[in-house]
Design a protein around this ligand. Sequence first.
Ligand code: DGJ
Length: 557
Amino acid sequence: MSRLNILILAGAIAYPLPAVAQNSDLQSPPHLQKIGNARQLIVDGKPFLILGGELHNSSSSSVEYMQSVWPRLGEMHLNTVVLPVAWETIEPEEGKFDFRCVDGLLAGARENHLKIVMLWFGAWKNTYSSYAPGWVKTNIERFPRVQTSDGRDTERLSPFSTTVRDADAKAFAALMHHLREADGDRHTVLMVQVENEVGVIPESRDYSQVADASFAAAVPAALMNFLETHQATLNPEFRAIWEAAGDKKAGTWQEVFGKTVLTDDLFMAWHYATYIDQIAEAGKREYPLPMYANAALIRPNYEPGQYNSGGPLPHSMDVWHAGAPSLDFLSPDIYFNDFARWAGSYTRPDNPLFIPEAQAGSVGAANALYAFGRLAAIGFSAFGVDDQGNVPLDLVGITNPSERVDDSPLSSMYVELARLAPVILEKQETGGLEAALIEGDAQRAARVFVGDYTATITRVASTVGANERIGVMFLQTGPSEFLVTGCGDAQVVFSTDKPGLPIVGVESIDEELFESGRWVTRRRLNGDENSQGQALRLYSTDSAGGRIYRVRLYRYR
Ligand code: DGJ
């Protein structure tokens, strides 16, 4: 049964109501479902769009500390908080579990009407093992480490160790068991990230004896079979690596993928993936929430080992899919400015897009529109939302801390997105949803095709720097009618290349408000406000004001 099967008139506007959820849907845990063109997150029988924010790493280690954080999350208009739960917190002594902190976080989220995406900081967080409990860290013989090529231990647990893996899996399974008991009927926790930004640094692979032996052995048949059966849809960069080495169907890692450091990266990817698969599988046996792994992306010209070698990157996604079938998808943490490229490379028929970490501010607002509107994302989350100005500055090339971003544009955009969510979710299913992103100084304009129309978005850099990021989302509500929201200083001109009358005119543009559960017209825009009827004008201040425009077009000769 279609989940959007009723249309009512709310104010003057046809507005879709979600189908009434069945009892069984209400009971089933949050899960992913293929719906029309998209894969959506279903919560209590209905699709859900995650408008998220991730906490700084240490905030959720204390329920008391969180008391001052919860109100701030409300101010940001999030519907979901992305927060870590550490192995050292829940299993401070081996086999003795303590879920008081987890329970406090569940209670805090519920009181503040928030959902949770939980991050399992188990064996690895940003390649290191700093969140493992003391009894793991201090017993290196029992819990071996990744080693350097000159035979030194690093502070990274070895993905080749079954002792590490089994202890990690046991703790994670205990957490998921507890979540099922404490939250199985409330569905506060929507999804779980397994580990955080895994990979090896500073070398391209583990050089321990067991790793060396595995590296010299044949590529596992399970991986080779997967690659052969999925050859047509492999990531092009990955496929090129394989083909350049002779397109072999068997052999050692270097025989199959070549004698380069990228082979080390693929080798580590397989081992992190198969390790994480076991963790996720153990957790899902207890409580089958959607699970994913996240990636730290690659800075320009970085080699494996300078970046997290073995992490779930675009060129190794197929290795991860083969090695970790228990994961539902792989996610990018996108702090870099070329958002469309990175987000696009994680959007595949076999991989829905969820962005757990990203820039906030006006950059985040534009990126979120693009992720939901163009890439049918199930969620977007800015990092460090418990603190104003949250971007890791060096990642985006800012050297002066006073240039920290203001979070309010993203908060305002979340208000709009929450209002539009039912329509966005419907259009993700049926089509009629598009978005454009203008990023970087070099890009002046973007063009998208919506229904019979072409929308050309152009920078109007009168009040702000020409480098400002512009995001625009279009939702088609009739053959010639669209809801449009955006951020940045831009103008949108409509044209058509479809058969029929050739010229497109603006019949009307209304600014809409969503008040008391219905759409109402705030004002009709004309004259100076719509370039004398020739264009939709978006202003940098729009996202601060929560602007949604209803645009009606017509055609003439
Ligand atoms: C990426 C990590 O995944 C986060 O936990 C955090 O450390 C951010 N980097 C930046 O500070």
